[in-house]
Write a protein that binds this ligand. Structure first.
Ligand SMILES: Cc1cc2nc3c(=O)[nH]c(=O)nc-3n(C[C@H](O)[C@H](O)[C@H](O)COP(=O)(O)OP(=O)(O)OC[C@H]3O[C@@H](n4cnc5c(N)ncnc54)[C@H](O)[C@@H]3O)c2cc1C
Length: 354
């Protein structure tokens, strides 16, 4: 078995890049998945620094940018995505990105962050705490417009402003020349090109079925790049960018390859840390038609329940671990509960489940 990747680092976790590593609270060796020995002891050959340019499903081989050709029995494509870049701006996707950013950040006093999604917000929190002047420009009229409801957007905007982040909505971005450092947190492009060029179905990602199979024989895909029908998602293929999804979908296809096929059915979850806020999401809120706030956002502890056709499909929880843990039962069971009961913080969510 071989694990091939374009980066030269031992595999590492990405979440600390925009959180503790950027804030200086973690060192680069603190978030590697495993030591080199771990892979060697299990017969996993690491092939770092190789970028696959083309895939030949007939010959069962990949060709790398270096000219090297590698054959496979089964190919698992977990190539994630590439950060969308803006000229002259830093991105936050890889350890190398953040090392380059930190080198310049040390002497910067005015920082512009373009994009008010999770990564832009986490970066803003980590950098404003270092005493820098931070402007965050979001082209929509609210934060997290792509993935969360209005109540969370408003709460986070107020909190970031209270911490000193200058948030600007809509309109053109401020002039980068007015800043010492610019960071773009404007999403990723899925790294699907080599598979699509080889004839795989897809578009915004590579299409996979419930076991992680692409339309090409002996080629599988999982994680950020995989366009799939999520059992907790809307009625159309989507990509999910989270650690939970990457690890659970990869485990699902690994079992299928090993002869134990079971459809992917893991409950989605996600987290983010900003200042002293522990944000936790369970379920997927796509296409919700109702947003209920449980608890008082002014207290800094509350949850938002998203419903579709009367059923709870997702929760965003802010410093509310109990709701996060119990809310998944509501999603799993599809229980219909009256809104006034769902929003009563004195009623534990688990007592509302059939
Ligand atoms: C800064 C940051 C913070 C995050 N925080 C959170 C969080 O708090 N919670 C959460 O749930 N999720 C978080 N995520 C998302 C999470 O890290 C991703 O969903 C997860 O890493 C996806 O894993 P993956 O294996 O699909 O792709 P990736 O992690 O992107 O791995 C893909 C690998 O493939 C390599 N590659 C790409 N193309 C090629 C090619 N052609 N040839 C060879 N190699 C290639 C890449 O270099 C990369 O090493 C965060 C992501 C980032 C960037």
């Amino acid at each position: 078995m071989a694990l091939l990747g374009e980066e030269t680092e031992l595999p590492y976790e990405r979440p600390p890049l925009s959180k503790d590593y950027l804030a200086g609270a973690k060192a680069r060796d603190d978030f590697r998945f495993r030591s080199a020995d771990f892979y060697a002891e299990r017969g996993i050959e690491l092939i770092p620094g190789e970028r696959v340019k083309t895939v030949d499903p007939e010959a069962r081989s990949v060709r790398c940018a270096s000219g090297r050709t590698i054959t496979f029995g089964e190919l698992v494509w977990t190539a994630g995505g590439r950060a969308r870049r803006l000229p002259g701006a830093h991105a936050i996707r890889t350890l190398a990105d953040v090392d380059a950013l930190k080198d310049e950040l040390a002497s910067a006093s005015r920082v512009l962050i373009v994009g008010g999604g999770w990564i832009g917000l986490e970066a803003a929190a980590a950098i404003v705490k270092q005493g820098k002047k931070v402007v965050l420009a979001e082209r929509e009229e609210r934060l997290l417009a792509r993935c969360s409801g209005r109540a969370l957007s408003d709460f986070l905007a107020a909190r970031h402003r209270a911490e000193g982040v200058d948030i600007r909505f809509g309109g053109p971005s401020p002039d980068p020349a007015d800043f010492d450092l610019v960071i773009a947190g404007i999403g990723i492009e899925p790294e699907a090109g080599p598979l699509l060029a080889a004839g795989a179905e897809g578009g915004d990602g590579v299409a996979v079925d419930e076991l992680g199979r692409t339309s090409l024989p002996h080629v599988w895909a999982a994680g950020d790049v995989a366009l799939h029908c999520n059992p907790f998602g809307p009625d159309r293929p989507i990509r999910v960018e989270s650690v939970q999804h990457a690890t659970d979908q990869a485990a699902c296809l690994a079992k299928a390859i090993a002869g134990d096929p079971r459809p992917y059915a893991a409950m989605p979850w996600f987290w983010s840390n900003q200042f002293d806020l522990k944000l936790q999401t369970v379920g997927l809120s796509h296409d919700h038609d109702e947003e209920l706030v449980r608890g008082d956002p002014a207290s800094g502890r509350f949850s938002i329940l998203y419903r579709r056709a009367g059923k709870v499909i997702a929760l965003d929880c802010v410093n509310m671990v109990r709701d996060y843990v119990q809310g998944r039962l509501l999603i799993e069971r599809g229980t219909r509960v009256a809104p006034d009961r769902l929003t009563d913080p004195d009623l534990p969510l688990k007592t509302l489940v059939d």
